[in-house]
Design a protein around this ligand. Structure first.
Ligand SMILES: *Cc1c(COP(=O)(O)O)cnc(C)c1O
Length: 401
């Protein structure tokens, strides 16, 4: 054999997750002693609550360490059903629930079960980094629906109409959004539901940030706006963000029985089941006290206010106030085309590199989310780090000529 072993054609479709890549580079610089402030992390800066950890430890001590049912243990699926009934008034049966190895994996199972060659999937943009690759890996085509910063990144009927075709099979909604923190208005969701009902689209509603909403009562959900859409909707959620459990890898999906059954087939032939120990921990999270997400949100509030005020006080920078999640997505494009040491800051990738190399600030370039005008900052970091970080941003921008 000459040269390297050949890879599958599929590998030409995707790149590694850029958010994880920035994080890795920042960690490497930090390991070499650089005073890195990390705004690139996509997870809460909280530890998993004690009672949840205790449930995980107990699972180990009790020998709950074997394969489980493919869709997840019945108690956990039952608890998820009860939580939705109590909190939202939505009725699901346990066989309409799949527990997966993180929310991302739920999306992957969904795309594999629903989409294939010739199918187009609408993705409001800026999008979460993994949506296009997950659609591509299913053999389908992501169709980006541009959202306007000036319209608070809300979906509009015009944008939807422009991007929908006969091949459209579905749409992925993420509200509150990663990276913008924006939420979709009830009016936008009404339009999505109307088009979906008319054309038979599937709606994937990624609700992973639904417990982190800053204006109580401001979050509309498509199932409340149009309950008749339920048989066409798949809800994606999990404990990663709400209970600071990113490392435990537990997500869950709720939807029509036949779709969940198909997702279970895929899961049975790939991961078999999510980790037994993590499922017991997630059970404690879902069925136990629900005050943790609210406490986390309270602690994010002053940081959100501070970072927004600082960023928007900088000449040329605009930034939508995030309604939820823990990210801000400022528009840095006024600084593109400027230079530092002869090197041109052409777009968000160069801007993020510049902030990392010159100011030791780790951020994620907007290009990773399909929106090159922007740079994402996570404010799930300490207030001290945010204060120092904003000073460094101002200094770095002032150095550009
Ligand atoms: C974090 C996140 C998820 C789920 O992540 P997991 O760690 O796989 O549970 C899903 N969607 C969005 C938009 C996210 O930011």
């Amino acid at each position: 054999m000459e040269g390297q072993l050949a890879l599958a054609d599929r590998m030409k479709l995707i790149k590694p997750s850029p958010t994880l890549a920035v994080n890795a580079k920042a960690k490497a610089m930090k390991a070499e002693g650089a005073d890195i402030l990390n705004f690139s992390v996509g997870e809460p800066d909280f530890d998993t609550p004690d009672h949840v950890c205790a449930a995980g430890k107990q699972a180990i001590d009790e020998g709950f360490t074997r394969y489980t049912a493919v869709p997840g243990i019945p108690e956990l699926r039952e608890a998820i059903v009860e939580r939705y009934a109590a909190d939202r008034g939505w009725k699901y049966d346990p066989d309409q629930v799949q527990v997966s190895c993180g929310g991302k994996h739920g999306l992957y199972n969904m795309a594999q079960a629903l989409f294939g060659p010739g199918d187009e999937v609408l993705i409001p943009t800026p999008y979460w980094v993994s949506y296009p690759p997950i659609v591509l890996l299913a053999g389908a085509t992501p169709v980006l629906v541009p959202l306007d910063e000036k319209a608070n990144f809300d979906l509009t009927a015009e944008n939807l109409m422009k991007c929908a075709t006969d091949k459209t099979r579905g749409i992925i909604l993420n509200s509150p959004s990663n990276p913008t923190g924006a939420i979709f208005s009830a009016k936008a969701l009404e339009k999505v539901a109307e088009m979906a009902m008319e054309k038979g689209w599937v709606i994937i509603s990624d609700d992973i940030y639904d417990t982190i909403v800053y204006d109580e009562g401001s979050l509309a959900h498509i199932l409340d706006v149009e309950p008749r859409i339920k048989e066409q909707t798949i809800i994606l959620n999990g404990v990663s963000k709400s209970f600071a459990m990113t490392g435990w890898r537990i997500g869950y999906s709720l939807g029509p029985k036949h779709v969940i059954a198909s997702m279970n087939k895929i899961q049975s032939q790939s991961t078999s089941n999510p980790a037994s120990i993590s499922q017991k921990a997630a059970l404690a999270a879902v069925s136990g006290p629900q005050d943790f997400p609210g406490k986390m949100k309270e602690s994010f509030l002053p940081r959100r206010e501070f970072i927004i005020n600082e960023l928007t006080s900088i000449e040329g920078i605009s930034c939508v106030n995030p309604a939820g999640a823990f990210y801000v997505f400022p528009n840095f494009s006024a600084y593109y085309g400027r230079k530092f040491n002869g090197k041109i800051i052409a777009g968000s990738v160069e801007m993020s590199e510049y902030l990392l190399e010159e100011s030791f600030l780790a951020t994620v370039p907007g290009a990773a989310f399909g929106a090159d005008d922007f740079v994402r900052f996570s404010f799930a970091t300490s207030m001290d780090a945010i204060k120092e970080g904003m000073n460094r941003v101002k200094e770095a921008l002032a150095k550009l000529a």
